[in-house]
Design a protein around this ligand. Structure first.
Ligand SMILES: Cc1cc2nc3c(=O)[nH]c(=O)nc-3n(C[C@H](O)[C@H](O)[C@H](O)COP(=O)(O)O)c2cc1C
Length: 321
């Protein structure tokens, strides 16, 4: 598939995840071989008021193209203004969030609240498309709840106003992250439009990525939770879609090297206090699935200096595979 000038093949996207897919995370995904990542969601209004933390989220320096920045907001004009700013920071694609279920976001009319007002959702997308020269994409859920599955209608409208690609997380807002993503809807939406449709929801393995493509006919897939502590998940799924062959899981030594890279990047971008704090949750995820590490995961959560965390992880990964 094409996204603007970019030929992406059948892409596997690292999903946007607030508090997770920051610059350090995107770089470790890239180092592990993943090609395409979204930023965390960025508030239009915070960007327009030059909130320093938000401006930092737009550090895209030296990242590979296409650099995809996700914005969230509730009004056409500020969203378009924020999109223009994001482009000046190097965004090659602007993605609009129409899926976030968090009450704090929804009560402002942002994220999945837009699924309740198709006219507004369409106007926001149209105004962003009109004001930037880069492709504009939308990530959304199926609808607000099971009585209002509107994704198919919304995607049709978004295509009509010039949106270049949609990602469908096949759950409703009401479901949050519970239940099973209903991939059938992705197939139905794909049949209805010409723009690329990306399937998202409950893909953990390369086999599941391939199954999503086969079952729905989607043009690419997106993985979120399956890459927590497993930044190599994106590359493994991509390799399988591209070649039909499976890359082995990284060895403990390789995992440790990726962890260390992630750790150093977090410290260098966010400093010892914030970076050191954030790496603890990632460290616990990296250890998930490794036998006998439950006790270490508790230890990490109670260790508040970065060197201490590094030593705990080094000890575990020093074990033979
Ligand atoms: C911790 C967390 C943060 C998320 N943040 C965002 C976000 O900023 N923007 C967005 O569009 N989706 C966000 N999502 C949703 C994911 O991108 C994805 O749609 C969802 O998790 C389903 O995919 P999965 O089954 O592969 O996890 C977030 C999900 C999680 C678990």
């Amino acid at each position: 598939m094409w996204l603007g000038k970019y030929n992406l093949g059948t892409p596997v996207f690292m999903a946007p995840m607030a508090g997770i897919t920051d610059k350090a995370f995107r770089e470790v995904v890239r180092l592990a071989g993943g090609k395409y990542s979204f930023t965390e969601m960025v508030s239009d209004k915070a960007l327009l008021s030059c909130n320093p933390k938000t401006v930092k989220m737009l550090d895209l320096n030296e990242e590979d193209e296409p650099r995809i920045v996700q914005l969230f907001g509730a009004e056409p004009v500020p969203m378009a203004e924020a999109a223009k700013i994001a482009v000046t920071y190097g965004a090659n694609v602007i993605d609009i969030n129409m899926g976030c279920p968090t009450p704090k976001i929804v009560k402002n009319g942002e994220g999945s609240a837009l699924l309740k007002n198709l006219c507004l959702a369409e106007n926001i997308a149209a105004n962003v498309v009109k004001n930037v020269s880069v492709p504009v994409t939308v990530k959304m859920r199926l609808g607000w709840d099971s009585s209002a599955i509107i994704a198919s209608e919304l995607v049709r409208r978004l295509e009509a106003v010039g949106v270049s690609m949609v990602t469908i997380h096949a759950r409703t807002r009401e479901q949050h992250y519970t239940g099973k993503a209903d991939w059938e809807w992705i197939a139905r939406i794909k049949e209805r439009v010409k723009i690329p449709v990306i399937g998202n929801g409950d893909i953990l393995t390369p086999d599941q990525a391939q199954k999503m493509v086969n079952q729905t006919g989607c043009d690419g897939v997106m993985i979120a939770r399956g890459a927590l502590g497993r930044p190599w998940a994106i590359a493994r799924a991509q390799y399988f879609l591209d070649t039909g062959k499976k890359l082995p899981e990284p060895s403990n030594k390789e995992k440790y090297e990726l962890f260390l890279f992630h750790f150093e990047k977090l410290l260098s971008y966010k400093g010892e206090r914030i970076g050191g704090n954030e790496i603890r949750k990632h460290a616990a995820w990296y250890l998930k699935g490794i036998k006998g590490t439950a006790e270490y995961r508790n230890k990490i959560m109670n260790t508040h200096n970065s060197e201490g965390i590094k030593m705990i992880i080094a000890k575990i990964f020093a074990q033979e595979d």
